[in-house]
Design a protein around this ligand. Sequence first.
Ligand SMILES: NC(=O)C1=CN([C@@H]2O[C@H](COP(=O)(O)OP(=O)(O)OC[C@H]3O[C@@H](n4cnc5c(N)ncnc54)[C@H](OP(=O)(O)O)[C@@H]3O)[C@@H](O)[C@H]2O)C=CC1
Ligand SMILES: O=C1OC[C@@H](O)[C@H](O)[C@H]1O
Length: 392
Amino acid sequence: MAGVASLLSRLRKLNNPPEVPAKLPNALRFGILGAARIAPNALIVPAASHADVVVTAVASRDQAKASAYAKKHKIPTVYHGSDCYQQLLDDPNVDAVYNPLPNGLHYEWTVKALNAGKHVLVEKPVADTSAEAQQMIDLADKKDLVLLEAIHWTFHPASQRVKEIIESRELGELKNIKADFALPTLPHGLVLLEDDVRFQYDLGGGVTMDMGVYPLSAIRFFSSSDLAKVESAKAIGHERDPARIDRAMQTHLVLQSSVEADVFVDYAMPGWGPFHIIPRMVKCNIHLELEGGTIDFFNFVMPTLYHSITVKPTGKKARVEKVYEYKDGLGKEWWSTYRYQLEAFVDKVRGRTPKTWSTHDDPVKQMQWVESVYAAAEMPARPTSTYFRSSI
Ligand SMILES: NC(=O)C1=CN([C@@H]2O[C@H](COP(=O)(O)OP(=O)(O)OC[C@H]3O[C@@H](n4cnc5c(N)ncnc54)[C@H](OP(=O)(O)O)[C@@H]3O)[C@@H](O)[C@H]2O)C=CC1
Ligand SMILES: O=C1OC[C@@H](O)[C@H](O)[C@H]1O
């Protein structure tokens, strides 16, 4: 009962966070490219409880959509029309840009934002190819600007706690990882529309590009190892474009550290759940096998709602941990992964050391892994941006 009450309390505050009484006078001013569905969760709501962040502008191609979005989210400056993204980048009152455009546009608009002198928080995956990802990192370094790929779940203290348990070697060497992120089949259009950006090859769609980056990043994060080879990969094509867009992907990886890993991602697992009347449960779990036992991290993608870290030494009783705040007091029980991510982003921009940060070449590795999985599954690599030049 107490568990349900605290879940409800977290849910309430997560969606309606207590706003800070006043923003700092020179708070970081964010502009958003596109009236994207993810922006309220990933930036707008988290910003309300951060004294050093204001969302100052949004650009959306359609005037009515732009105005409605800005009104709903109380964003003072609105750009619309065919040139609206560039207008937002040219706005001297914007310090940082949030880029939640379709994957295939991440590269172009992040490069343009960096060239306009803005820090960038870009949605995952950072680009459609590893070559693009490398260029983006190089450009951010050259310009001395912050560029962060929004692998938000790694910023949550529960994720860091799992890594800490592995690295404490309490259970010895890491051997195997099983990482699943899969959704049940839901009535058509309930979650993703048929023309969703995720199903469009030219925009960098596909489940491995989208949901796949969660388990793939988890394997890198928990193993601290790079890919040696993709042993096998089997895709199930999406009905819209089955040869190029994967609805599901099952893959077996061998890492340089000799850890082996299985990944399963699916937009629409077939079949029904209990009693054949409700859909199957979402699969969102990291199962780690170590020399001396196992760790299960349930709901690693949205740990704020609910999660469990089950540590089971071989032959002994399991213990369950739940971690919503850092031990030193950073965070609140209801802070979402995005809120923790925003804290780190602002710290970095302000020259402070964030609690945690991605490794420098993570976005490149991410895309190299994705490319290797597609190649092994005999699916085409995602298209290179038409904006790409071999050097910038
Ligand atoms: N971190 C996370 O938890 C999540 C991350 N994401 C990532 O965020 C990104 C966006 O996802 P989501 O918010 O669901 O997508 P949406 O379709 O809701 O938003 C994408 C936005 O891109 C703009 N856009 C520009 N060109 C095109 C085009 N040719 N076709 C369609 N849209 C275009 C549109 O803005 P406008 O028309 O207003 O100009 C649109 O609002 C993806 O990279 C996805 O991987 C998504 C969900 C969760
Ligand atoms: O980032 C994401 O997280 C949840 C998924 O369901 C979604 O498709 C994806 O974009």
